[in-house]
Design a protein around this ligand. Structure first.
Ligand SMILES: *Cc1c(COP(=O)(O)O)cnc(C)c1O
Length: 388
């Protein structure tokens, strides 16, 4: 373990917290019952465990337990939300509004619907990664059935103004969906205060297991209709059939419970680690922060580095730090990230981007080690850069 690189890619996924794993283990073996079995204790204990996670998730976002629909993750939750609304509200309109920097799990279902004949408006973002609320207002039409804007961006960590978006959508009686895969357990989320009608959640970005997520579906004021995208035994009130994956559901609940409990202290600690990292990196010339400096996740530090090739930097960092890196504009034809492109990046040769995702298990020592190595790597790449 000790010579593996330091993990700073917590927006891609997170390790399962031991407390989460311990809660899950009995549900693989002794408590293996089908939560839909109503005739014996095996079923009852699984059903009770599922109920508990429903309550934890509902409490976390100020919803009701009946409004939680379990899915395999945020990708499925986004698909169910977007296609489910498109199909259920077909007679009322076929126009959907989303944003250029959304996760592919939102953009691709929208693209699918576009091919089916729907009209999709993809809003641009401002330089800081946030949407322009006036543009959003202007984009809404009498036949708009859905607005989908993410809570926290997975690349640049910026937090969209959910309260304002929710208010605009509610006034126009348009359904508001938010992809909160990166946000749950990291920032406060309240579906009532924010006027959110549909919210996608996932376990593995918050120290829970992979392969489990949920969609919050508002039941009152208004009651959101969804067309099922997976048919079968009628589980989850007919919205998502399939035997519930009890161990994963238990882990998801435990993970969210811990994250909510520790949210404030963790944000403080992780925020300090990020500030420490940024202090060291920003001392180097030609390193810039991507996205809004304050309105972002505590653990996100997305930066651009001038005068360095993205692929070379990635290679140089690999032995020491597991980060996500790419090229905004590179000499070797590495495609720029569509998220950074949407921020309006200048066309520059040799321009690298790196996303640091700081998480629960990172330490001060790790941050200092990575900062030191990063700076050395950038300096050596710059000194060897051949300028033509
Ligand atoms: C990770 C992620 C997803 C996909 O979630 P899965 O649970 O892996 O399907 C969707 N949206 C955002 C913003 C994400 O960060």
């Amino acid at each position: 373990m000790s010579n593996r690189p330091i993990y700073l890619d917590n927006h891609a996924t997170t390790p399962v917290d031991e407390r989460v794993l311990n809660a899950m283990i009995p549900y693989f073996t002794e408590k293996f019952g089908n939560a839909a079995s109503i005739s014996h204790v095996y079923g009852w204990e699984s059903e009770a465990a599922v109920k508990q996670t429903r309550e934890i998730l509902a409490t976390a976002i100020n919803a009701k337990p009946e409004e939680i629909v379990f899915t395999s993750g945020a990708t499925e939750a986004n698909n169910l939300a977007i296609k489910g609304v498109a199909e259920a509200y077909f007679s009322q309109g076929q126009h959907i509004v989303t944003v250029a920097t959304e996760h592919k799990a939102v953009l691709d279902p929208c693209e699918y619907l576009r091919n089916m004949g729907f009209e999709i408006t993809i809003l641009p973002v401002q330089k800081d990664g946030l949407i322009d609320l006036e543009l959003l207002k202007k984009s809404l039409r009498h036949d708009t059935v859905l607005v989908s804007v993410m809570a926290a961006n997975n690349e640049i960590g910026v937090l969209q103004p959910l309260a304002e978006i929710g208010k605009i959508c509610r006034e126009k009686e348009i359904i508001f969906h938010t992809d909160a895969a990166q946000a749950v357990g990291k920032i406060p989320l309240d579906v009532e205060a924010l006027n959110i009608d549909l919210m996608s959640l996932t376990g593995h970005k918050v120290y829970g297991p992979k392969g489990i997520g949920a969609l919050y579906v508002r039941r009152r004021n208004p009651r959101v209709q969804l067309a099922a995208q997976q048919h079968g035994g009628g589980h989850e009130r007919g919205m998502r059939s399939g035997t519930l994956y009890t161990p994963q559901i238990v882990g998801f609940g435990k993970a969210v419970e811990i994250a909510i409990l520790e949210q404030e202290t963790e944000n403080q600690r992780i925020g300090e680690l990020k500030a420490r990292l940024w202090k060291q990196l920003s001392a180097v010339e030609g390193i810039y922060l991507n996205g809004h400096p304050q309105k972002r996740l505590a653990g996100n530090l997305s930066i651009s580095v001038e005068g360095v090739d993205g692929a070379a930097l990635s290679l140089g960092l690999q032995p020491i730090a597991a980060v996500s890196s790419g090229s905004a504009c590179s000499s070797n034809n590495v495609a720029p990230s569509y998220v950074l492109t949407a921020l309006g990046y200048p066309e520059k040769l040799a321009y690298a981007t790196v996303r640091f995702g700081i998480g629960r298990f990172n330490t001060v020592e790790e941050i200092d080690t990575v900062a030191k190595h990063f700076i050395t790597t950038v300096k050596s790449l710059r000194s060897s850069l051949v300028r033509i």
